[in-house]
Design a protein around this ligand. Structure first.
Ligand code: C5P
Length: 402
């Protein structure tokens, strides 16, 4: 059997009308030199025959958990170990619920419990089922455990309705799976990243700051390093360890961050401003602790330097990416920021919602550049950071062809 190392995919097919598209998905994965083994649920076999998948995958199809012959060939534990990635497409509401609850009542669910490989789901269902509270809760539980979601997309549905719930097209799923395996998108690129909050001192014991924990910036630094970049991280005070292979420079105030960034910006290729820099600092620093009795009537504030705008304004400066935290009209404000600050790209997130943003483990991003936009759905920050870095690499390479 010809087997490429580290490119083995178990494709779980669940029982939805989109199961027929999974046939095409197998072909497109094989076109990208993945070896594919298909696991079908009982309901999937009502839509497509195992023989079809056997023909397109050139491998036996796995259907039953307790089939003696199949277990003797490649049993569920072996299959779980064989996989470099488990992809479930289509992932129906039922499969999502069973995985969220850790059931082990068929081959696919058992395999997902038994594998240490990453699990990626491409949901497909009626829009109402996708939006139902139970499905939302199940999806969030899976995301929190590190399961990835590709889609669903929006559009016409087999049931005649229009809305979110369509499985992504096989070509897009295959391309995004291939991108996960590629790595090295920023090989040889120097990346400078800011992260965390800044602290603006009022007196020796008090300061102004914000709720940033630095998670998104640190995840972005880790993703850039994993993509082969040399990464420097200028970080405000956080509780996070430096990601492996990343050089961390600790700063406290916006002015210190500005100074450390400016000495490095000229020699980096990509600058990503993920820090939540305080926009204001106290106009005066009291050398001694301000006493209770000396309560100032008002606090005089002055602006801090805008670091990302400073880098964007440099002659021959790096490809510059800013973040935008907005509570309303996210895209409009982000586009305005892109133009006003002269940035190459803006990653905008919605901070007014309870399930994302500051201090949360998850986020969703709308990423804009001069003539494009890409939406990244709610996902763990580590995964979003990987997607963002792939997109940064794509745009950076488009503007700096080798
Ligand atoms: O203007 P606003 O603060 O919303 O812009 C956010 C973006 O600008 C972020 O990328 C942030 O890191 C960056 N920024 C900066 N220096 C500042 C304020 C914001 O680099 N003083």
């Amino acid at each position: 059997m010809s087997r490429l190392p580290n490119r083995r995919i178990v494709l779980g097919v669940a029982g939805g009308i989109a199961a027929y598209k999974a046939v095409d998905l197998v072909r497109r994965l094989r076109d990208r030199e993945f070896e594919v083994r298909v696991v079908m649920t009982a309901a999937a076999r009502e839509f497509v025959t195992p023989l079809t998948f056997q023909a397109v995958s050139s491998n036996p199809v796995h259907c039953d958990l307790l089939d003696e012959q199949a277990e003797a060939g490649m049993g569920h534990i072996e299959l779980a170990r064989w996989a470099d990635l488990v992809l479930v497409a289509p992932a129906t509401a039922n499969v999502i619920a069973r995985l969220a609850h850790g059931l082990a009542d068929d081959l696919l669910a058992t395999l997902c419990l038994a594998t240490t490989a990453p699990i990626v789901l491409a949901p497909a269902m009626n829009r109402q089922m996708w939006q139902a509270g139970a499905t939302r809760a199940n999806v969030l539980a899976l995301l929190d455990r590190g399961v990835s979601m590709l889609g669903p997309g929006e559009g016409d549905q087999a049931c005649g309705e229009v809305g979110p719930g369509r499985m992504l097209e096989p070509e897009e799923i295959a391309a995004r799976i291939a991108a996960r395996f590629r790595g090295g998108a920023l090989e040889g690129v120097e990346v400078l990243i800011t992260a965390g909050p800044t602290r603006e001192a009022l007196d020796p014991v008090r300061y102004l700051t914000n709720h940033s924990t630095g998670k998104m910036g640190y995840a972005t630094a880790a993703a850039a390093a994993a993509a082969g970049a040399r990464v420097s991280l200028v970080s405000g005070p956080t509780a996070l360890p430096a990601p492996p292979g990343v050089e961390r420079i600790d700063v406290t105030s916006a002015e210190e961050m500005y100074a450390e960034v400016m000495v490095r910006a000229a020699r980096c290729d990509v600058f990503i401003a993920a820090a939540a820099v305080a926009d204001h600092r106290p106009a005066r620093f009291a050398e001694q602790k301000i006493k209770k009795g000396d309560t100032p009537a008002a606090l005089d504030l002055v602006r801090t330097p805008d670091i990302v705008a400073g880098v964007a304004a440099m002659d021959g400066g790096p490809f510059t990416v800013g973040f935008a935290a907005e509570t309303e009209s996210v895209q409009a404000h982000a586009r305005d920021k892109l133009e006003r600050k002269g940035l190459d790209m803006v990653a905008a997130n919605h901070v007014g919602l309870p399930d994302r943003g500051f201090a949360s483990e998850r986020n969703a991003l709308s990423v804009l550049w001069r003539d494009g936009i890409r939406e990244f759905a709610l996902a763990p920050k580590a995964e979003l950071a990987r997607d963002l870095i792939q997109l940064v690499a794509e745009r950076y390479r488009a503007e700096h062809p080798a």
